[in-house]
Design a binder for this molecule. Structure first.
Ligand code: ADP
Length: 253
């Protein structure tokens, strides 16, 4: 069994202010396929704020409103996941974590026991930040760094980040037409880790910098990260199911 964490950003899960059900179904199908290929899959899913906004359109520029929207949207999001997983007779589950869970060995051991038990029983854990008590990733990060901690501390070998961008480019592809995707990255420079943050839309809060920080953390801990498109899953499928690296960026020492 190979344990992987898949993180899906809010941009991928949202379409015109509502949850993009077709893309969610494609993601669920990917997880089902991976499980059939003897992968253990942990999902880290953003999208609670967007799901909440479809029910109550509060001003998202206010952090307390975002927390409230996450509280409204999280059960909605999980209900949609439950519906999609039930098509394949699979159970999913909700695990809400905050970054400080990982600061305490006792707490992260408790959390890992729960995750191990869910996986052993063929249940898909769906992790999100507990935004009503901890707003670090809600305000900044969009679960990128949380998913890196989940990967390391819950002992997965690989984090797959499914993003609105299909790879890490040698420069910002939105600004430079000649930006080229990189297939492999084995070191990340300090200036890249501290660069200005570049969230790409009103729901995304991370941008590429938090992805690089996550990759750096994982490479420093002997783990890998693969960044690929969440809109078109063909590259991530080739990579994980056929062992063919056609597109996307592998961060590996
Ligand atoms: P998501 O919410 O899908 O996880 P974000 O929108 O937060 O992703 O971050 C990805 C965005 O970062 C890209 O869409 C792109 O606009 C921006 N970006 C800036 N520099 C780069 C780069 N060198 N390579 C790839 N994307 C970059």
């Amino acid at each position: 069994m190979k344990r992987v964490v898949i993180k899906v950003g809010s941009h991928v899960l949202t379409e015109n202010g509502t949850i993009a059900k077709t893309r969610m179904l494609a993601l669920v199908e990917l997880i089902v396929e991976l499980k059939a290929h003897r992968y253990e899959v942990i999902l880290v899913s953003s999208g609670a704020v967007s799901a909440g906004y479809t029910q109550l359109p509060l001003d998202r520029s206010i952090v307390a409103n975002k927390q409230a929207l996450a509280a409204i949207g999280q059960p909605y999001l999980l209900k949609m996941y439950q519906e999609q997983f039930s098509i394949f007779n699979l159970l999913c589950s909700q695990v809400l974590l905050s970054a400080d869970v990982f600061d305490s060995k006792k707490h992260r051991d408790h959390a890992k026991n729960a995750i191990d038990t869910l996986l052993k029983n063929n249940v898909v854990p769906i992790i999100n930040e507990n935004d009503t008590v901890s707003i670090e990733e809600l305000v900044f990060g969009d679960n990128d760094r949380l998913s890196a901690h989940v990967t390391h501390y819950f002992d997965a070998s690989l984090l797959v980040i499914l993003s609105d961008i299909d790879a890490f480019y040698d420069k910002d592809p939105n600004k430079y037409k000649d930006a080229k995707p990189r297939s492999f990255v084995n070191t990340i420079h300090n200036d890249e880790l501290n660069a200005a943050h570049t969230p790409n839309n009103t729901f995304a809060t991370g941008g590429i910098v938090t992805k690089l920080q996550s990759a750096d953390f994982l490479m420093n801990h002997g783990r890998e990260m693969f960044l690929a498109s969440g809109f078109d899953l063909s590259n991530v499928k080739s990579f994980l199911l056929d062992g063919e690296h056609k597109g996307g960026t592998l961060f590996k020492v």
